[in-house]
Design a protein around this ligand. Sequence first.
Ligand SMILES: C[S@@+](CC[C@H](N)C(=O)[O-])C[C@H]1O[C@@H](n2cnc3c(N)ncnc32)[C@H](O)[C@@H]1O
Length: 278
Amino acid sequence: MRIDVLTIFPDLFTGFLSTSIPAIAIEQGRISCHTHDIRAYAANKHRKVDDRPFGGGPGMVMMCQPIFDAVKAAESQDSELRAVRVLLTPQGERLTQPRVEWLAQQPRLTLLCGHYEGIDERVIEELKPLEISIGDYVLSGGELGAMVLIDAVARLQPGVLGHEESAAEDSFSVRSTDGAHLLDCPHYTRPREWNGREVPDILLSGDHAAVDRWRDAQRIERTRERRPDLLQNSPLAEAQPLPAANNNKPAAQVARANRSHASGEVGGLLGQTAPEGA
Ligand SMILES: C[S@@+](CC[C@H](N)C(=O)[O-])C[C@H]1O[C@@H](n2cnc3c(N)ncnc32)[C@H](O)[C@@H]1O
């Protein structure tokens, strides 16, 4: 996947792209990331990219010309790859895992980062980007949003995470058998006892099927408690007796076929279809 980022602060991406998962994805050739300084495309003597708003009011507005020319120049490279254009904006569709999974499958993304009061509406109409928000709050610029998106799609590229299963079993990817997105279960590591708190017995039992059932039950219970909205159309919304830590009652409510198993079978990532409206 090729990712082009259009920004007035390309330097912000230097550390980010050379660290952790994005760096691994780049090193493995799963993504290539190219930053473009919008300022370099400003067709005026002072490389000005913003101006005062028509109608008055506070702040500055990013001008059409530098953005339009920057997008065209970026997309003229490797032009055989058709780009999905994304504008980071608090007014966009709220980013969710199904949308990330869809974006992760595209051959190319062009990410447009706004600043100041935002971008002249006419260039948005002309470029017709998908408008994405990373949450209901306002940032100073789209760069952090672009980084969020790059990280989220990079970790879904095949082979980038150490274990394929770690993405498929994450919150919002793992699903119940009736298709509801679930939260992940709690995780524990050594030591077995810390500050008087013990690891649940079941995780030390060596009984992998029982561990699977316990984790499924935890996923469902956590989702019910913390994000009941995710279970709105699922029978799991109603509290049900969950398997106790050490019994053998099947949970069978989490979509096993879509997950990796100790046998080495690798399930496909969940939800890799276009979200509604995509
Ligand atoms: C200060 S904001 C502009 C906010 C705009 N006046 C509004 O109220 O909708 C400047 C830029 O930050 C980015 N931005 C701010 N909040 C964001 C969010 N929640 N998600 C994605 N991008 C955001 C956008 O690129 C935006 O153009």
